[in-house]
Design a protein around this ligand. Structure first.
Ligand code: GAP
Length: 457
């Protein structure tokens, strides 16, 4: 898993942190993300993904799956359900512990999470917005409730899962028995999670419905440190490989007062954007908390017997837990550039410098003129060939410069132009997004060239 060698990365000196409003506006304008139920006024913290958004999301998910499940012989994948038996959430500690402490400003009525208040405001009991007096903290549970069954009185209250990883503990024993894998091994899953976040915000950063990716890696206790360190580095390098601003990525160790109820040690992989250094993924030392608790609450023995030594123990767990949506947002923030006019580019351009592996559209096919039948026919033939291999878009509206800019703005790494020379010698121009360099290739060379550039390896 490496960066494509010829990729030019944005430099932090040249590209300041991008205001979140810019990516919100681009997302709506170009069809990446829309507010959910917008015609009814929307719902805070809930979004829908448009035609380009769904392609980007699928690429992000597939790349994660490929590098975590497909490339690691000791990792398998599952897909568990959003709704589980309610006891799961008692065993996991979420019913009791998955809470936010909140205060309200008596003057401006704004609501704040106690753990997000600046120290000074906390000490002086003062609202960060207006300086008004704050109420005593109140506790709110973040789990979203739902009911199974239709007959009133017989309906069972349960929850939409608050973290996707619980399915992995529930299916751990089935995976072990059905796949003949042995410890150390991991189980991966990508899936939706739901939290009644009291302060959703910053676009996709904190939502109420979002998607998580988890690896739960099961180990012998004596090997916990080794595997914790291994996955911690692996995940850091993974993120580094898909962004431009690698200096905006760091680890942060959790202090004892912020560890989740199950974690004995934890690190966040953080990314720096306009909203500060924020968690992108958590690496958690979950020890035997999960399997012990589910053994205890379900009455099922979830211990493991080593086939060679016959030692019996509850496996310890290294968790790497990140978010599809946060990856989506960080990639937009990381790759967005408003480039000033330079050289032949007289107007300046907005560019998403997305990694070609993840870009929603891989190639745009552009006939130089739309009223020249031979150009259009050749371009459509090329488009038909390419779209079987990758997401390819045909565009013949407006002048070629405008079309390049339209593709730059959505991160399309390559544009192929069919011009009059094409009709003479069967060559096309391939224009690359980041450096705006152009080369000529024959139509027959084109598919192989593009596949090499846009598929991960
Ligand atoms: N199983 C561990 C767990 O859920 P977490 O730190 O609460 O840990 C893991 O969540 C990841 O899920 C975060 O690093 C973040 O990427 C994503 N995430 C958490 N809450 C989110 C929210 N409200 N909106 C979007 N993504 C969220």
């Amino acid at each position: 898993m490496t960066q494509t060698e010829d990729r030019t990365l944005l430099s932090t000196e040249d590209t300041p942190l991008v205001p979140i409003e810019k990516v919100v506006a681009l997302s709506k304008r170009r069809g990446f993300v829309y507010p959910n139920s917008e015609i009814y006024g929307g719902v805070s913290g809930i979004y829908d993904f448009g035609p380009l958004g769904v392609e980007l999301r699928n690429n992000i998910r597939r790349f994660w799956w490929w590098s975590m499940v497909q490339l690691n012989d000791n990792v398998l994948g599952i897909e568990g359900n959003i709704i589980t038996h309610p006891r799961v959430w008692e065993a996991s500690g979420h019913v009791e512990n998955f809470v936010d402490r909140l205060v309200d400003c008596k003057n401006c009525k704004r609501r704040w999470r106690v753990d997000h208040l600046p120290a000074e405001n906390l000490e002086q009991n003062k609202c960060p917005a207006c300086g008004g007096e704050l109420t005593e903290p109140r506790v709110f549970n973040l789990m979203m409730e739902t009911y199974i069954g239709v007959v009133e009185g017989e309906r069972m209250k349960t929850y939409l899962r608050g973290e996707a990883c619980q399915n992995i503990y529930l299916d751990y024993d089935n995976v072990l028995k059905s796949s003949r894998i042995q410890i150390p091994f991991g189980i991966c899953q990508i899936g939706k999670a739901f939290r009644n976040e009291v302060t959703p915000g910053n676009f996709l950063f904190r939502q109420r419905e979002f998607e998580q990716w988890d690896l739960q890696f099961f180990v012998h206790p004596s090997e916990m440190q080794k595997w914790f360190d291994y996955w911690k580095e692996f995940r850091f390098e993974w993120y580094k490989g898909i962004i431009n601003h690698t200096d905006r990525l760091r680890f942060r160790a959790h202090g004892p007062d912020e560890l989740a109820h199950y974690a004995k040690q934890a690190f966040d992989i953080e990314y720096q954007s306009i909203i500060g250094w924020q968690e992108w993924e958590g690496i958690h030392w979950r020890q035997d908390w999960d399997l012990s608790r589910h053994s205890q609450y379900s009455g099922q023995d979830l211990s493991y017997t080593d086939p060679e030594t016959k030692e019996r123990y509850i496996p310890w767990i290294v968790e790497t837990s990140g978010g599809v949506d946060r990856t989506f947002l960080n990639l937009l923030l990381d790759s967005y550039e408003e480039a000033p006019p330079s050289g032949k580019d007289k107007e300046g351009r907005t560019v998403l410098h997305l990694h070609p592996w993840l870009a929603p559209i891989k190639v745009a096919v552009l006939p130089l003129q739309k009223n020249k039948e031979e150009l259009v026919t050749t371009a459509k033939d090329i488009h038909n060939r390419l779209k079987r291999l990758m997401v390819a878009q045909y565009d013949d509206v407006a002048n070629i410069g405008r079309r390049y800019r339209r593709q730059d703005e959505i991160g399309t790494p390559y544009c192929v132009t069919i011009d009059f020379q094409t009709l003479e010698d069967q060559t096309v121009t391939v224009r690359e997004r980041d450096g705006m360099t152009q080369i000529r290739l024959t139509i027959d060379e084109l598919p192989g060239y593009l596949v090499e550039k846009v598929t991960w390896k």
